[in-house]
Design a protein around this ligand. Structure first.
Ligand SMILES: Cc1cc2nc3c(=O)[nH]c(=O)nc-3n(C[C@H](O)[C@H](O)[C@H](O)COP(=O)(O)OP(=O)(O)OC[C@H]3O[C@@H](n4cnc5c(N)ncnc54)[C@H](O)[C@@H]3O)c2cc1C
Length: 291
């Protein structure tokens, strides 16, 4: 984290270390006619004080979004709110944030983490969703269980973000082959967009996006009934194109000092990013000419 090259390369995916940086990035995204979701980086918090501080930070982020009149909601992780320490306190902190967001007519997205947390995330989301409508979570198409979870959460009217999944999962619980993940993604996208509930289709994959375009055209689903979502710094060309075509698009903007695990996931899912990173680690004079 203290290596200058890591920090520089990470800045491609992370808006900066402060809330000010995230607000600036949010403004820029809004100027480009896209919504934002601000994510204060942090996960696997191991003490109650850390979890409480994260929750307080989220309350302040919602206040700042309102003050700045930013078109942005918030994404957070339950392990950042101390899920590893127990569900009760984590739920209390989450409810405090969701209640505050509700007063400000805003929305809380609960990111989905590794499979050790799937069931607890689904359960906690459902418990909070019965009290508040401005909360939703994420489904990972690589998990065999995702279809059942989608149906379960649709039954309580929950908004979902569909993604492929970013964690390394074993083959007994997740599709090992990309083709199978993609097929499940399309299946779940159809299930979600047929529900009449507002969901997020989060992907940079042109094939997933095309399948979505075709499905909504066939079914006459309006462009205001769902949104595409992409990560900050990734496929901005495609982001621009979707906005030009009149689709809604939300950009996920991570920020904060705890950027290392997020950065590693972005490197891991795309070999070209790793090559770019490794090239930058080499002194300029020894880099291959192809750069
Ligand atoms: C808004 C949003 C929120 C997310 N939230 C979660 C979450 O809560 N939990 C979770 O597990 N995962 C989450 N993810 C990550 C997701 O699961 C995938 O790991 C990630 O989006 C890559 O999958 P893809 O659909 O873009 O398709 P892929 O098939 O992986 O990629 C398709 C194309 O997208 C581009 N691309 C993809 N990733 C990168 C990258 N890192 N750098 C550069 N180009 C890239 C490339 O052009 C690639 O060819 C989220 C993704 C998005 C967009």
């Amino acid at each position: 984290m203290h290596n200058a090259v890591s920090r520089r390369v990470a800045r491609r995916f992370v808006a900066g270390e402060t809330l000010h940086d995230a607000i600036e990035a949010g403004r820029e995204v809004n100027r480009a006619k896209r919504s934002a979701s601000l994510d204060l980086l942090g996960e696997n918090v191991s003490d109650e004080g850390g979890a409480r501080r994260a929750a307080e930070n989220y309350l302040a982020i919602f206040d700042r979004i309102a003050r700045e009149k930013l078109d942005a909601n918030v994404s957070l992780k339950l392990t950042q709110l101390g899920l590893d320490l127990g569900e009760t306190h984590c739920q209390e902190l989450l409810e405090g944030i969701v209640a505050h967001a509700s007063e400000l007519a805003n929305f809380v997205r609960i990111d989905m983490e590794g499979s050790a947390y799937t069931q607890r995330t689904v359960d906690l989301t459902k418990r909070v969703r019965v009290k508040y409508s401005n909360v939703g979570t994420v489904m990972q198409a690589y998990l065999f269980r995702a279809e059942q979870d989608v149906k379960d959460l649709l039954s309580v009217g929950c908004r979902m973000r569909l993604c492929k999944g970013a964690y390394k999962e074993p083959p007994d619980i997740a599709f090992p082959k990309k083709a199978d993940v993609d097929a499940n993604y399309v299946k779940l996208m159809k299930l979600l967009l047929s529900s009449g509930i507002y969901h997020g289709i989060a992907t940079h994959d042109p094939a997933m996006i095309q399948a979505t375009r075709e499905f909504v055209r066939e079914r006459n689903i309006g462009r205001e009934q769902f949104e595409f979502q992409m990560l900050y710094g990734i496929r901005t060309d495609l982001q621009e194109q979707l906005v030009r075509e009149g689709y809604r698009l939300r950009v996920y903007i991570p920020f904060g000092t705890d950027w290392f695990p997020y950065f590693m996931r972005r490197l891991a899912e795309r070999p070209a990013n790793l090559v770019f990173f490794l090239r930058n680690l080499m002194p300029k004079s020894t880099r291959p000419h192809s750069e």
